[in-house]
Design a protein around this ligand. Structure first.
Ligand code: HEC
Length: 156
């Protein structure tokens, strides 16, 4: 399911970058990513989101307590030499009304991501990001860092 989300989003992102450049592609992340995550999650009776300690979306991107703990643990594992691609977390939580399956998977920062999440962002890209996200924390990344994580939850 995460694979389906990543593949669809990445191909839309790359397509938009090629067609109208990064300023145009911001729209894909801004409008399409949350909708796609909800749609694909819904198809599986689950919830799919993306969170980050340095988030851009001030509502959807902010981790709650257990998610922040997992992200911190991912950072510690990377500091100990683990590859980001291998980082996963799975548990079953007691929640109101029953149990919930919870899974997180780390998202690596690739070269293409730096256009909008890196250290030197083109002025026209930065201007649009600032207009859409006045409290943007998701810049200053370099390739090979953890950008955030997918969060998958499903009632059992
Ligand atoms: C064209 C600009 C652009 C590119 C390229 C881009 N992003 Fe983003 N990214 C955004 C925008 C805009 C958002 C906010 C989306 C929203 O409102 O939910 C975002 C949000 C995110 C989030 C959600 C957490 C948060 O910070 O709110 C993650 C995770 C993320 N991006 C990872 C990546 C990764 C990994 C890549 C490279 C494969 C990438 N992005 C490439 C613009 C971009």
């Amino acid at each position: 399911m995460i694979k389906q989300f990543v593949t669809t989003l990445k191909s839309e992102l790359i397509g938009a970058m090629k067609n109208g450049g990064p300023v145009n592609a911001i729209e894909v992340c801004h409008s399409r990513a949350p909708v796609l995550a909800e749609k694909i999650g819904g198809e599986y009776g689950a919830t799919l989101t993306r969170v980050s300690m340095k988030n851009r979306n001030a509502i959807l991107g902010v981790p709650n307590a257990w998610q922040a703990k997992v992200l911190q643990d991912f950072e510690a594992r990377v500091a100990n030499g683990k590859a980001i691609e291998t980082l996963k977390y799975v548990d079953i939580a007691e929640v109101t009304g029953g149990q919930q399956f919870r899974m997180m998977k780390a998202i690596p920062t690739g070269a293409i991501c730096l256009t909008c999440h890196g250290e030197s962002i083109a002025p026209e890209v930065q201007a649009k990001l600032t207009a859409l996200y006045p409290n943007d924390h998701a810049t200053g990344f370099s390739a090979g860092q953890i950008r955030g994580a997918f969060v998958y939850t499903k009632p059992l």
